[in-house]
Design a protein. Structure first.
Length: 174
């Protein structure tokens, strides 16, 4: 097997917002069985994104994922609320797919809020529910670990790209 067969280079590039303070590395992934579980290399680029923290090159106006750590979510929902609601409006306007991914599950969010927060878990919960109603186009996912949140982000971006490729094939065949 040659070097080029030892791994698979993803045919899409993940864009990471230049303001993202602790970006996902997107390393250590493997392909599915149809590619013999070879390592999957994810190309990434850092640049300013208008919406969200992650997108795909060439799809910046169609897909965006906003990432929040537990402490960032609590802080944003309280002190940065107006700015975050403007972000939700932009996410909601995405014609393809938009999500907020929180690096904490509900048990952690509700029972182990960050130290020194003045924002109650009850207010956190109610804020998310209100935003889910107001911004129906924005999907919310809560993952107990940062690694799980990273994987979810990658697989959502990958699925969006794959579905778009299928759509293009069907259009070309019609």
């Amino acid at each position: 097997m040659t070097d080029t067969q030892d791994y698979v280079l993803a045919p899409w590039t993940v864009l990471i917002d230049s303001r993202e303070q602790h970006p996902f590395p997107f390393i250590g992934y493997r392909c599915d069985a149809n590619k013999q579980y070879r390592p999957l290399i994810i190309p990434t680029k850092t640049q300013g994104l208008k919406t969200g923290d992650y997108s795909l090159e060439g799809y910046e106006d169609r897909i965006a994922i906003e990432r929040k750590s537990l402490s960032d979510a609590y802080s944003t929902f309280c002190q940065g609320r107006d700015r975050f609601e403007r972000e939700l409006e932009r996410l909601h306007a995405m014609p393809g797919f938009a999500a907020v991914i929180v690096e904490a599950g509900w048990p952690t969010i509700l029972h182990h809020p960050p130290p020194h927060t003045k924002f109650s878990p009850k207010s956190f919960y109610r804020s998310v529910k209100a935003w889910q109603i107001r911004y129906r186009g924005v999907h919310w996912e809560f993952w107990e670990t940062r690694g799980m949140a990273e994987r979810a982000t990658l697989r959502l971006l990958q699925r969006y790209w794959e579905d778009d490729q299928e759509r293009k094939k069907k259009e070309a065949a019609a």
